[in-house]
Design a protein around this ligand. Structure first.
Ligand SMILES: Cc1cc2nc3c(=O)[nH]c(=O)nc-3n(C[C@H](O)[C@H](O)[C@H](O)COP(=O)(O)OP(=O)(O)OC[C@H]3O[C@@H](n4cnc5c(N)ncnc54)[C@H](O)[C@@H]3O)c2cc1C
Length: 579
């Protein structure tokens, strides 16, 4: 039990799953499924997880990447959600994952001199007060107009009436999800990606496991488990439908789009949050980039790759340009990405028949807009042996996992221990202060530049020596993967040997983030990635060519979202700042 997801050991992992029986089988390898696998495994249960694509390939790599209470949910009166989320944020920043979750400042510009400051200020007092006693992030502060412009010269000075500064936290969502899955493996869970649960096994009405399609080989195998937990995000309804399960909730998909831009496009040394007519817009610092978003619109199309439209891009640019002195243009945008929020809608009205899972969430006219739907999660136990969870936020995944495993194991024979994940640092968190303090010595010992050691510690925490060992064994792995980016060739090898990456897309989209960070969607790094992966996975010429073509097609589809987006939106120079 090492916490290693070695892509070369996948067949063995499948054999372990098929040999069964398990206590718990988790369907879905987003943050909810990875969290549930960790929660159950660390209670001493025998756990398996199947994911139909790659870890975090769904919503969990496409979020705003904030670990936050959600200031706007406070305004909506969702106090419970905000309080829980803030406590989770602080736990992750201080104890469970300080190597992955970092505090980030946000500037909230004010435009209404008299009314806005006391209103927003009071909100932030509550926001700060909802945290636990020990504060790993600073308190909010008031800024004058001059102070605001000093931190964010990019803001239009007209009508600016100062600002508030508060703190939340940010994370590489895909890296975090992989780390949770690896930590689950560390406690004995068997994790298999590119494996789809196609139907549930039954003994009468009791669910006893799942039939699983190995997407790599086309083979089908069965996994027996005392409990099956569905963590399929926006695919939940499909999983229920495939086995004619009447679930007590339905998922409503809400699409959120983000634009990625270079830091030079917006002159500010802090994140920013501004109100829009519909919700809020975040400017999130992302190393040498900005992530700007998001949108919130109903979606009913392709779940795997939701399309970005001209309207989405125009909306974000238009809203951003209301507050920026130098308007953003399409030329500033390096990449776009879209994700689907698995919002929990009212349970469908039972219209009879064996299943109601396929019913729509209600009459379109009577539906709430998705911005108003609760971000809280729902746990449902529609059949004996089966539990299903959806909704929630990335930030609260640990609580969601605890809740769903509590329900799933409530009637398991024998005493199942309570959740221990609040005391369980993720892989890479153990000994982090000492590793950070020894960065210079590590660099010397391994003969790498200090910046390389710093970069690796920032991404892998105390696991850094595993990567440095790879570099020591093969110095070429210490070279950059792509000029202008900090990623190393060693990170590709490590993605295969320790993080379960099976395809080029897994590496470039989620283990490193070149898909959304580089102007060509990581295409120029793809041949190098193929070479490194081929060496480890024994790919022949034909397989290499196939992998390269697959990634080209994938990257082209992503890039197409940018080019198909019509003219740059008009900037209304005197556009009002929405209240
Ligand atoms: C635009 C946007 C911004 C967001 N920003 C934030 C934020 O800043 N902070 C925050 O806290 N939250 C945020 N969220 C919410 C958060 O990202 C989601 O709540 C969370 O990622 C959902 O995770 P999940 O595991 O439930 O779903 P997913 O990540 O979608 O995982 C479900 C997985 O199940 C797999 N699957 C489906 N069917 C099967 C099957 N039959 N067999 C095997 N596997 C299957 C899928 O491939 C998928 O990987 C945001 C969401 C969006 C869309």
């Amino acid at each position: 039990m090492t916490g290693v997801l070695d892509a070369r050991a996948r067949d063995e992992a499948i054999r372990t799953l098929a040999a069964g029986p398990l206590d718990v089988l988790v369907i879905g390898g987003g943050i909810t499924g990875a969290g549930a696998a960790l929660d159950a495994a660390s209670r001493g249960l025998r756990v398996g997880l199947v994911e139909s694509r790659d870890l975090a390939a769904g919503t969990s790599s496409r979020s705003s990447k904030l670990i936050h209470g959600g200031l706007r949910y406070l305004e909506q009166g969702d106090f419970k959600l905000v309080r829980e989320a803030l406590r989770e944020r602080d736990l992750l920043v201080s104890r469970l994952a300080p190597h992955l979750v970092r505090p980030v400042p946000f500037l909230y510009p004010l435009y209404k001199k008299v009314v806005e400051r006391p209103y927003v200020g009071a909100g932030l007092v509550i926001y700060d007060a909802m945290e636990g006693v020990k504060r790993p992030v600073p308190h909010h502060r008031h800024l004058t107009t001059r102070g605001a412009l000093r931190r964010a010269p990019a803001l239009r000075p007209e009508r600016l009436a100062g600002a508030m500064m508060y703190y939340d936290a940010q994370v590489d969502d895909a890296r975090y999800t992989v780390t949770v899955a690896r930590t689950a493996a560390r406690y004995g869970a068997t994790v298999v990606t590119r494996a789809t649960a196609t139907s549930l096994l039954r003994d009468g009405s009791r669910v006893t496991g799942a039939s699983v399609l190995d997407e790599e080989s086309g083979r089908v195998f069965e996994v027996r488990a005392a409990r099956v937990i569905v963590c399929a995000g926006v695919w939940s309804d499909l999983v229920h439908e495939a086995s004619r399960v009447r679930a007590g909730y339905q998922v409503r998909m809400s699409k959120g789009v983000h634009l990625v831009m270079p830091r030079s496009a917006i002159d500010a040394d802090t994140g920013m949050i501004v109100r829009t007519s519909k919700s809020v817009l975040f400017f999130i610092p992302w190393d040498t980039r900005w992530i700007v978003g998001t949108t919130d619109t109903d979606w009913s199309g392709d779940r795997a790759e939701p399309a970005v439209t001209a309207e989405d891009v125009d909306y974000i640019l238009g809203e951003a340009n209301r507050v920026l002195a130098r308007p953003l243009t399409r030329g500033d945008v390096l990449a776009v990405y879209a994700g689907l929020r698995p919002l929990v809608a009212e349970p469908a009205v039972d219209k009879g028949g064996e299943s109601r899972a396929g019913d729509k969430a209600g009459d379109k006219d009577g539906e709430k807009p998705t911005t108003k739907l609760s971000r809280e999660h729902v746990v449902d136990a529609p059949l004996p042996g089966l539990v299903s969870i959806a909704g929630g936020k990335f930030t609260t995944y640990r609580l969601m996992a605890k809740d769903v495993v509590d329900v799933a194991t409530a009637d398991l024979p024998g005493q199942v221990p309570a959740s221990v994940t609040a005391q369980l640092p993720l892989l890479g968190a153990d000994g982090l202060p000492a590793v950070r303090a020894s960065a210079r010595r590590l660099a010397g010992d391994y003969g790498v530049p200090a910046a390389v050691a710093g970069h690796l510690i920032g991404r892998y925490g105390s696991l850094v020596t595993e990567l440095l060992d790879l570099i020591r064994a093969d110095r070429t792995l210490g070279q950059p993967l792509l000029d202008g980016f900090p990623y190393l060739r060693a990170e590709v090898a490590y993605a295969v040997s320790h993080e379960g990456a099976l395809h080029v897309e897994d590496v470039l989209a989620r283990r490193v983030r070149l898909l959304i960070e580089s102007p060509d969607a990581g295409l120029s790094a793809a041949p190098e990635v193929v070479t490194i992966m081929a060496g480890l996975l024994g790919w022949n010429r034909r397989r290499r060519a196939t992998e390269l073509r697959r990634y080209r097609e994938f990257a082209a589809a992503n890039a197409a979202a940018l080019t198909a987006t019509g003219p740059v939106p008009e900037v209304e120079s005197a556009a009002p700042i929405p209240a």
